[in-house]
Design a binder for this molecule. Structure first.
Ligand SMILES: [Zn+2]
Length: 291
């Protein structure tokens, strides 16, 4: 929650802050990154208890509890998390504005993203939520990759962000964003891919299932309303996002809410609420991955 210099806000205003359009990524020099398990920095999480592999069970063995949850329910699952935008994007408009082919159109490699009225940036928000989410998913046994390794760099391009999910053969991929809309607009929505006679077609149905699972868990876990201005019951389908069009793995975008709405902006700046968001997302992903 640091204040951004005025130049950032200015750049943001010029470049298109509204996030929905901007899928992601700027391929600048070698920056994209598979994040190794160690990192998840900074997320203080309520979700500590890594379920003990066997914990109590060993001594009193035969008692195959009927509904005892698996110790690490996401063991063997790969999740790619794409924290939308990047904190350094405003510094390199040339790299960010480079046009890339997203199959249905050409668009900018990435954008700066939006920000709250007092300067809390979407990039900082998505980075924080994503690292919290990564930590929770790892504690449940998943292998997690992030599409960027910090919030100070530039990019990568949306094309590359999609490629990271593909290369890792993700069982599920999620791009985390928050919107910048008119101040009275409220609520969250999930964006899912449409068939485009392209590589995403085979995973359109799975992405839709993933989207519904995350929509339900997000609503339940955060209490945020369905979007009052986009989609139907918080579900939206698009064919203009590179992060979706180029994905060969089940993938969705989350627009967590409207950063320009004072109520939602205040929530997003509260670390406890961001933890709540991360936990809700983890639950939605798990629901999908175990179905
Ligand atoms: Zn965004």
């Amino acid at each position: 929650m640091r204040a951004l210099p005025a130049s950032v806000l200015a750049a943001c205003g010029l470049i298109v802050c509204a996030c929905g359009g901007a899928a992601s990524s700027g391929s600048t020099a070698g920056q994209a990154v598979e994040q190794a398990p160690a990192r998840a920095g900074g997320a203080s999480t309520e979700h500590t208890a890594k379920p003990q592999a066997d914990g109590t069970g060993a001594a009193s063995r035969p008692a195959p509890a009927v509904d005892e949850p698996a110790a690490v329910p996401l063991d063997g699952k790969v999740v790619v998390i794409d924290p939308g935008h990047n904190g350094g994007n405003f510094r390199d408009p040339k790299a960010i504005n480079r046009q890339v082919n997203v199959l249905t159109k050409w668009k900018a490699c990435d954008t700066t993203g939006t920000a709250t009225a007092n300067g809390y940036s979407e990039a900082a928000f998505t980075w924080d939520v994503s690292t919290r989410l990564a930590k929770i998913l790892k504690s449940r046994g998943a292998t997690v990759k992030l599409t960027r390794s910090n919030n100070t760099g530039v990019g990568p391009c949306i094309t590359k962000r999609a490629a990271i999910g593909n290369r890792n053969k993700a069982d599920a991929a999620i791009s985390v964003h928050a919107d910048g809309s008119a101040t009275h607009n409220r609520g969250f929505h999930i964006i899912m891919p449409k068939k485009i006679n392209g590589p995403v077609d085979p995973v359109v149905n799975a992405s839709s299932s993933l989207g519904k699972a995350v929509r339900d868990a997000f609503r339940k876990g955060t209490g945020l309303p369905y979007s009052t201005y986009i989609g139907n019951k918080a579900l939206d389908y698009r064919d203009d996002l590179g992060g979706l069009n180029l994905s060969t793995v089940p993938k969705i975008f989350l627009e967590a809410g409207n950063m320009k709405n004072p109520t939602e902006a205040a929530k997003f700046q509260d670390p406890r609420f961001r933890q709540k968001i991360a936990l809700a997302l983890a639950n939605g992903l798990q629901q999908y991955l175990q179905s």
